[in-house]
Unconditional design. Structure first.
Length: 106
């Protein structure tokens, strides 16, 4: 098989792999957001001067637990150019880790 066909095959295979990954993660994200539909009425109850019941507090903890697992996705979706900023964010986190260990940043 000529080298150009091998490269073309690898590019197509990589594209399909990324597309399948994106579709799977999109379905996960939509499913998680649909689970949090009852969150806003409970949150607004406190703002409107009413008290939360213990059951509502437990439900709030449950909703916030589910949403905390989505924070990496939301960061990429909400932030303008978030996907392009990801390498910079990783570099910054690495510098913080080095500083915490007492090493000079590279």
């Amino acid at each position: 098989m000529p080298p150009l066909q091998i490269i073309s095959y690898q590019v197509r295979r990589s594209y399909h792999s990324v597309r399948n990954l994106t579709q799977r993660e999109k379905e996960f994200l939509v499913g998680e957001l649909q689970q949090a539909r009852g969150l806003m009425p409970i949150l607004m109850k406190q703002r409107n001067g009413q008290r939360w019941t213990p059951e509502e507090r437990a439900e709030l903890r449950h909703h916030f637990g589910r949403l905390s697992r989505l924070s990496p996705y939301l960061l990429l979706v909400v932030m303008p150019g978030g996907f392009l900023m990801l390498p910079l964010f990783a570099w910054w986190l690495d510098r913080r880790r080095l500083r915490q260990r007492g090493l000079p940043p590279a």
